[in-house]
Design a protein around this ligand. Structure first.
Ligand SMILES: *Cc1c(COP(=O)(O)O)cnc(C)c1O
Length: 368
């Protein structure tokens, strides 16, 4: 499988949740919620964190709490959630193309898309690759725009002692079971303006502002005590998990780097990666297409993922409104990318097998 969820030892989790049978306090910002929030602040080097049921609701809530209206410049090379959050909150996404190196939004494509109705930029740290945060901030400051990062892939990524949570006005993290760090389902927003905390907490709790007043038409997106407990436990082991992932990534690189037609993400200078994904782009020179490689792996019961394919702008729900021809780099990558299986306990022997299958695709394709 492309991924496998990290879990603490059974005993560790049981010990963490045992006290819930005494308090019977299962949700609504209980003891575990508070503890997990403060653990996260420390881990991510931030002052402000709000927890959520999942990353998607976190993103919707931060858009609501900031009161954004109008157009948002974003990337089509992402998971459905990023664009859906914008659209579901009544805003209009405007797609900028991506960088062919990091697959994150290309800042040189942003400015020409800004008009009077633009209120924010919503970039994605794709595969844990950091966006060009300095250039994005420069553009946002020049035009008075908010910056919200979809940092769902970037938990644990650091740049010069700063975590990925420190950039822009806010960053959304997903703690879904498939991510590097999980709380089963869960998410968080880290943000710079401390006044946003109260607003986020109200928006995620039906807009209730005190026991007898409801000021906003909010939803329900509160993290429960069992998920928070999972977060407390998994956070103790996340560094070790990333070190194990690093070994897997290094093994992949040994086998696959330098091969004609195989494009891997370069490590970013000054950035400590989290080894969240191992994307491979198969170009024309490879001799077999991405889909041929995908089929070859599936036949051996190995499940890679075409991630991100199709491009968001090609989804049935969006393709009548947007054209992927306007973002040719994103389209090119989406048609050729495969993320290979990667998780902490993936055995290096399996990595060797996967690479052997990938590399022998070329010979097979020749004889077809
Ligand atoms: C996982 C993910 C999300 C959504 O997070 P959930 O916790 O599953 O709601 C949003 N954006 C990206 C890029 C993701 O990978």
């Amino acid at each position: 499988m492309v991924t496998r969820s990290s879990m603490p030892d059974f005993e560790e989790y049981i010990q963490e949740i045992a006290c819930l049978w005494e308090t019977h306090w299962l949700t609504n910002m209980g003891e575990k919620h508070q503890r997990f929030e403060s653990d996260l602040k420390q881990y991510l080097h931030v002052d402000n964190v709000a927890l959520f049921t999942n990353g998607h609701n976190a993103l919707e809530c931060v858009i609501e709490a900031m009161g954004l209206k109008g157009k948002v410049i974003t990337t089509p090379y992402t998971f459905a959630s990023t664009t859906h959050a914008i659209v579901r909150k009544g805003l209009t996404p405007v797609f900028a193309d991506i960088s062919p190196e990091t697959y994150t939004i290309d800042p040189s494509k942003i400015e020409s898309l800004i008009d009077d109705e633009t209120c924010a930029i919503l970039p994605v740290h794709v595969y844990g690759n950091l966006c060009d945060v300095d250039e994005i901030q420069r553009i946002a400051d020049k035009h008075g725009l908010k910056v919200i990062y979809d940092a769902a892939h970037a938990f644990g990524v650091m740049r010069d002692e700063k975590s990925a949570a420190c950039f822009g006005d806010a960053s959304m993290f997903s703690f879904h079971a498939t991510k590097v760090f999980n709380t089963i389902e869960g998410g968080a927003v880290c943000f710079s303006d401390p006044d946003l905390l109260e607003l986020l907490n109200q928006w995620k709790n039906f807009g209730i502002t005190d026991t007898e007043s409801v000021e906003y038409v909010g939803g329900n997106a509160k993290m429960n005590e069992f998920c928070a407990s999972m977060g407390i436990c998994n956070l103790r082991h996340v560094d070790e998990e990333m070190m194990k992932r690093q070994k897997v990534v290094e093994r992949y690189r040994e086998h696959l780097s330098g091969h004609e037609g195989i494009k891997l993400c370069a490590e970013q200078p000054g950035v400590k990666p989290n080894y969240a994904y191992f994307p491979v782009v198969f170009t024309e020179e490879f001799g077999a297409t991405r889909d041929q490689v995908y089929e070859a792996l599936m036949r051996k019961n190995i499940h890679p993922r075409k991630y991100f394919y199709p491009l968001v702008s090609d989804f049935e729900c969006y393709r009548d409104v947007f054209s992927s021809d306007k973002t040719p780099v994103a389209k090119y990558v989406s048609d050729r990318v495969l993320t290979l299986p990667l998780y902490a306990d993936l055995s290096l022997d399996v990595v060797d097998d996967i690479c052997r299958i990938v590399l022998t695709c070329v010979q097979k394709a020749d004889t077809l």
